[in-house]
Structures are given as C-alpha cells and as structure tokens.
Design a protein around this ligand. Structure first.
Ligand code: NDP
Length: 258
C-alpha cells in the first residue's frame, strides 16, 4: 500500500500499540516517507521499535520524547528540526495518550489523575504543535499543491468515539473514564481551534478515532486488530482534504458528532 502521506512524519507514542503499527505500516508501504520520526519515552526499552529502525536505519529515527514533559518536547523537536534541515515536516500524529484510572468512576478519580491525563493527552499535543509550527509551515510553503492534505502539511490528533458529548450516554455506564473522556473532549477543541488558526498557513488539522483496538489500552475484548485500524486510518489520512479540517472522523472516514 502506498503511504499517501508526505515525505516526513512524526508519530508520538511509537513504541507499542497503534503508534508502533503506524510507524511500521508507513515504513513498509510501497511509497514510504523519507523520514519517520518515532517518538517514545524510553527508547532503550522499545525493542520492537529498535528492530524496525534497524531494518530501515535511514528512514525510522527513534526520538526520545515524553509528551507530558515540556523540556522533553523541546529537546525532541530540536532533534527533529535539525534532521529535517530546510525540508519541513509534513505530518505530525499526536498518538501518545494515557487512560487512567480504569474504569475511572467519580469515586475512583482524583485530582492527580485528572491533571496527569490532561497533561499527556492535551498539553502534550499543544506543545508539540507549537514547537513544530515552523517546520509544518515550511512544508506547507514548499508544496505547490492547492488546498489542504496530509501530503502537504497536517496534524492528526488521535481522539476517540467516547469523546463525543452527543454519544456519551451510549458508553458511559460501561466506561466512565472521567479523566480520559474530558481530556479527549479538550483535544477535540484543540483540533478545532488549530484548524481555524492554521488553515491560513496551509496546515490541515483533523481528529481521528481509531476504533476499539486490540492494544494495551483497548484491552483483550477489543474487536479490531491493530493492523486493520491503522490500515484504515492511513487510508483516511491519505484522502483528507480541506473539507475535513476541524472534524472528528473514525478509522473508516465516517464523521462522529461532537
Ligand atoms: P497504548 O496504551 O497501547 O499505547 C499508548 C502509547 O502512548 C505508548 O506508546 C505509550 O508509551 C505512549 N505514551 C503514554 N504516555 C506518554 C508520554 N507521556 N510520553 C510519550 N509517550 C507516551 O494505547 P493505544 O495504542 O491503544 O492508543 C493510541 C491512541 O489511540 C491514544 O491516543 C488513544 O487514546 C487512542 N485510542 C485508542 C483506542 C483503543 O481501543 N486502543 C480507542 C480510542 C482511541 P509507554 O510505553 O512509554 O507508556
């Protein structure tokens, strides 16, 4: 499958789950990006990612990155910017996230849970976007294609169906998840604000729900294999246009109501 995205990509939380599969499928696609930056907070323990990087040493660059730590975000963005040189960054995928406590009832949830989840799931993507803005703008300016796309310059925020306020009643009883749900609602608003702000620079910003996926976070009951979710999301990413900016879509491209 052709990757359908631009020549440089940064994926956060790339050591396992959906992030690792995103990097794997991008690297092993028929028309892969030239550079895939794989952000992870403990590279020395990321054995699968290390193996992937060893198979594609010029393409898959492992970057130490803890998205909940502003200094780590700055340092990682410096590494990425130096490696990119004048080329610019085509795609940032804000994938890293935490979900705790489980099931996250009101009685179980404390201030520290709320703050930690918000810091990782919302502040992290905001800081990465801010730090990488010059690289995203550069990529957009260098592309003569009109309109918006993931080939040109884009930010994809990995959100979730259970961030939908309209659909909350459908899943709340099974999964209260106060910190996670509220953080992803904030991520959706960040997506919408950035899409308004950055369209003038030629940068697309869209949120995607990966489905209920067989990862550590999704758990063993999840119906969707990680490969299928990621194949679907990459297909959606490659087809995004201006009309999708500031929206929440699922891994098949269906629109999800806020
Ligand atoms: P996993 O729990 O399997 O993986 C989470 C990833 O995020 C890991 O790589 C983890 O790294 C990383 N991460 C967590 N905190 C940080 C941090 N502070 N800095 C850097 N990396 C961090 O989750 P999934 O792969 O399932 O989820 C990926 C995305 O998909 C998330 O945004 C999630 O909310 C979303 N999603 C997942 C669903 C599912 O069913 N799985 C459903 C809907 C949305 P480490 O190993 O260091 O902890």
């Amino acid at each position: 499958m052709a990757s359908g995205v631009g020549s440089s990509v940064l994926v956060t939380g790339a050591n396992r789950g959906i992030g690792l599969e995103l990097v794997t499928q991008l690297a092993e696609s028929t028309n892969p990006p030239k550079l895939i930056f794989a952000g992870c907070r403990e590279p020395e323990r990321a054995k699968d990612l290390q193996e992937l990087s060893q198979r594609h040493p010029q393409m898959v660059i492992i970057v130490p990155l803890d998205v909940s730590d502003a200094a780590s975000v700055s340092a990682a963005c410096q590494v990425v910017s130096t490696r990119l040189g004048d080329a610019g960054l085509n795609l940032l995928v804000n994938n890293a996230a935490v979900n705790r406590p489980i099931p996250g009832s009101l009685a179980q949830t404390g201030a520290d849970d709320m703050m930690e989840v918000y810091r990782t799931n919302v502040v992290g993507p905001m800081l990465l976007t801010k730090e990488l803005m010059p690289q995203l703008q550069r990529a957009a300016a260098q592309d003569s294609e009109s309109g918006l796309s993931c080939r040109k310059a884009a930010i994809i925020n990995i959100s979730t169906l259970i961030s939908s306020i309209e659909k909350c009643y459908e899943s709340f009883g099974m999964a209260p998840m106060y910190p996670y749900r509220t953080s992803k609602v904030a991520l959706n608003m960040l997506t919408r604000c950035l899409s308004e702000d950055l369209c003038k620079d030629g940068i697309l910003v869209t949120a995607i729900h990966p489905g209920w996926v067989q990862t550590d976070m999704g758990g063993s009951q999840a119906p969707l294999p990680t490969k299928d979710s990621v194949r679907g999301m990459l297909g959606v990413m490659s087809s995004l246009t201006e009309q999708h900016r500031g929206t929440l879509l699922d891994w098949k491209g269906n629109s999800i109501p806020w």
